[in-house]
Write a protein that binds this ligand. Sequence first.
Ligand code: NAD
Length: 485
Amino acid sequence: MSQPTSITVAKGDGIGPEIMDATLHILKEAGAALDIEEISIGEQEYLKGNSAGIAKESFDSILRTKVFLKAPITTPQGGGYKSLNVTTRKALGLYANVRPCVSYHPFVRTKHPKMDVVIVRENEEDLYAGIEHQQTVDVTQCLKLITRQGTERIVRYAFEYARANNRKKVTCFTKDNIMKITDGLFHKIFDEIAGEYTDIENEHWIVDIGAAKLADTPEGFDVVVMPNLYGDILSDVAAQIAGSVGLAGSANIGPEHAMFEAIHGSAPRRAGQNLANPSGLFLGSVMMLLHINQVEVAERAHNAWLKTIEDGIHTYDIFKEDVSKEKVGTKEFAQAVVARMGQKPETLPAVHYARQEKQIDTNPPYTRPNVVRKLVGVDVFCEHVGATEEVAKALQACDANGLKLRMISSRGMTVWPEGFATTLLCDHWRCRFLVEDPENGAALPHTEVAALLDRVAKSGMEFIKTEGLYYFDGKPAFQMGQGQK
Ligand code: NAD
């Protein structure tokens, strides 16, 4: 047996302890070499006053072992509690969420008998950065951040994952027909990096039609990489249509640390009855074994599990009279897997985890591109209750030193100098000031922006924020107003 790998284990709440015991039992019998540090997380920690659901010493264990196998927890009702998952992801920089969604037809009922999709979701950026503000009485905003560095590493991770797992294609979903700059960057980087992996097919779909196709014909997809929000939603859809959310495991991977879990929750109503299906957590633990390079153990355990499913030994949640042979409890299911150790499935495809010579590089080097940036104007966001012409008149009076009001928009839609009478107006106005010749003229000094804001303040108009308008390498790095001519 190889040197044991230290891991941190948390049994969580509800069905957590039962499914964790079942999982650890299978791993032990499969020959996993693990040195387990057990920590307490979840409800009892929240109720003790740890608002993050974990004590500092317990978090230190994860920092030390770098590998965290986590059972689901119950978030107590009422406010004031922070999500342990969000805390762990952010604190450890677990940027890649990997969720294989596989159907086990004909042994587990599904509408999609040939589904075998892995969703790779960016886990830290996008609308989840938590940068939200109320700007005016009427208007709130949430900033969507897509970084070059974050996108490069998640896209590269998806291709490296595909290569390491003998996958043939990586698909990217974005909405870059609308979000041309943020999702546009994600798509552009996807195309750049895809070019480095000529052995793997690549394609891009606009997320709406891509999601429809994924739900309708998932067999057409292999690995799918997406920004955070789309990935959050579509990974649940994909797991559910594969057969059951109770069967899916998930890995959260960072440059140095990783967390493995089931995707379902703590199912409190099923707790303590030896009923729950341990498969989601078990499949999460198989990803953990691959991560810590115990490849043969992962293969042995996974194939024994597949054989158990194939033999119709099922927990209540997937038990069906016509396909299942025996309804078992959590412990008995684990015993059935252990009894099949060394066997392979006959109808379902067996897994072959070839010895991975090289682990996926989770912290690839990043070189910030050298780009020339030129300030050419500023969007000044103002609060005002009244007519468009009132805003235009007050702000045109602020034109000076070549900086001129060119456009006003309401909720992104241009309303001045021309607009549509049908556009809904609210108390939030984006007023665009630009220099005369943004492309060829000199850069706008920052002092001119400050001087403009001084004039706006004196005009009596209430400004609430500004956004710099730049050219990067001679090209505009901001969108026109919708409907702008
Ligand atoms: P849930 O996933 O716990 O349960 C949804 C349904 O699926 C229930 O009917 C449940 O009985 C069933 N189910 C789930 N896992 C099962 C399994 N392994 N075997 C058999 N049946 C299973 O979702 P919920 O009821 O919305 O949430 C319960 C608690 O879990 C909440 O406190 C929630 O905050 C928490 N939660 C935690 C995590 C996590 O720790 N990662 C994730 C989701 C929800």
